[in-house]
Design a protein around this ligand. Structure first.
Ligand code: FAD
Length: 436
């Protein structure tokens, strides 16, 4: 069996590794001249900028790669015992993410705190419930709107009123084993001393892990070779049929360098590209993939002597004097010298895509100063498009996603978007492919 992998971001790289470890033949194609996808670590004036993900969690999957590539000396542990701040009423207030913070924060009024404690009385998600409706019902309006909703949905740049529980937060809670009460689950995990894996990165950024993965599997990876289309090979012209007779289905991956024939194809690109590539295989599938919406995201890297201790700042979308959606305090988390990363999404700043980079930089520096009281200079501006999967109402497309035999998806929009989740997804798929 030969597996063709389209794309070598973290999903594609982890999949190539998992398949080779299981003794499978694999060939992977990457459109760009470097692997890593949205993981892009850049050295700018002696500083490490992460254009995409800022940090990892040291899960078993990541740990086994660090062991295999002997990256221990390069590993950097983040100081994750720090608060997250919310910009509320013109001030920074601590988000109540621990018992101590819940007691001491002035983000929520005493009455709002009492309302939060009633959470176990309210049942699990209801059919058709949005993330906003669920969180308001469980924790009350203050906690839901001031931090819980934005903390979850801000990652994707989506309004919590536009996210259905069943296709977003509900899945996360289910995976974490939360049946009725989120609060009781949190208390249970504190009591059992179950620790969240620590925040980590590498001295030169997450790109070090990408480089190690690529080096170990370079023979199976063709960089700067975009797949132009995927088509079923003549003679097996019914790849949509899932029936018994379909076992020999083979596909052709067309690139500028020629055609690669494979038995199975795994597409790891964002949904819009997957739709385009898979059109010749199955028009209905392409139409379904086209329904998944994405939100572009702008990132502005700032230099500041602010020096605050914390993981970052959350800016709820209703903060009317600020249009950035949040800040990562890289200087404080990973000792990245004077570095702060500001996020701008279309929910908080609709003209994101039309604005110039200079305008985005100005907005971020000005608002950083408003929020923290410290001046900042712009180091670099980067925009991602299509950006983050939105996990909004368009995710009902999941119900119509039917894959022809031999076609597989290993991508954030059909699973967990975090890097550890991408690695787990790749491992599971490799097991399934070998099992076939
Ligand atoms: C701004 C941002 C911040 C994030 N922050 C974090 C974080 O802090 N921690 C965390 O764990 N996760 C974070 N994530 C999520 C995580 O980084 C991503 O979900 C994950 O890296 C996606 O990997 P992927 O391989 O699935 O997709 P991608 O990285 O999108 O990779 C897809 C690859 O396919 C290639 N490709 C596209 N078209 C073709 C074609 N026709 N032929 C061949 N190749 C093609 C692309 O060039 C790309 O390399 C963040 C994501 C973003 C965007």
């Amino acid at each position: 069996m030969t597996v063709g992998v389209v794309g070598t971001g973290m999903s594609g790289l982890a999949l190539v590794r998992a398949l080779e470890q299981r003794g499978e033949e694999v060939v992977a194609f990457e459109a760009r001249d470097e692997p890593g996808g949205v993981v892009q670590s850049r050295a700018v004036d002696g500083r490490v900028l992460e254009l995409g993900p800022q940090r990892l969690r040291l899960t078993p999957g990541i740990r086994s790669m660090i062991d295999a590539f002997d990256l221990h000396d390069r590993l950097r542990y983040g100081a994750d015992d720090q608060p997250i701040y919310v910009y509320h009423d013109g001030e920074l207030k601590v988000a109540p993410l621990s018992v101590r913070e819940a007691i001491t924060t002035d983000l929520i009024t005493p009455l709002g705190k009492l309302r939060m404690l009633l959470e176990p009385l309210f049942g699990p998600p209801r059919p058709g419930e949005t993330v906003d409706e669920f969180l308001v019902r469980k924790f009350g309006r203050q906690a839901a709107r001031r931090y819980a909703g934005p903390l979850y949905s801000g990652l994707y740049g989506t309004d919590p009123r536009n996210m259905l529980m069943e296709y977003s937060l509900g899945r996360v809670l289910e995976k974490r084993g939360v049946e009725r009460s989120i609060l009781l689950k949190v208390l249970e995990s504190i009591r059992s001393d179950r620790e969240t894996p620590p925040i980590v990165s590498f001295d030169d950024g997450i790109g070090e892990l990408v480089a190690a993965l690529y080096e170990a599997h370079a023979e199976s990876i063709r960089l700067a070779t975009p797949v132009e289309s995927i088509r079923p090979i003549a003679g097996n012209d019914d790849p949509g049929d899932d029936g018994e007779g379909d076992k020999d289905t083979r596909y052709a991956l067309e690139t500028a360098d020629g055609t690669e024939r494979v038995d199975d194809v795994v597409v790891t690109t964002p949904a819009p590209t997957a739709a385009e590539l898979l059109e010749p295989v199955d028009g209905d599938l392409a139409a379904t993939l086209d329904r998944f919406a994405y939100n572009p995201i702008g990132m502005v890297f700032l230099d500041s002597g602010f020096g605050g201790r914390g993981l970052g700042t959350l800016v709820p979308p209703d903060a009317d004097d600020v249009s950035i959606s949040g800040l990562t305090w890289n200087a404080s988390i990973l000792e990245r010298d004077r570095l702060y990363t500001a996020y701008i999404d279309p929910l908080s700043y609709p003209p994101l895509l039309e604005a110039t980079e200079g305008e985005l930089g100005q907005i971020a520096a000005r608002e950083f100063e408003r929020i923290t009281g410290a001046a900042a200079d712009v180091i670099h501006v980067h925009r991602w498009e299509p950006g983050m999967p939105a996990y909004d109402r368009t995710w009902t497309a999941m119900d119509d996603l039917e894959l022809p035999s031999g076609i597989h998806l290993c991508a954030s929009y059909v699973g967990r978007p975090g890097i550890p989740g991408r690695i787990r997804n790749a491992e599971r798929l490799a097991d399934d492919l070998v099992g076939e």
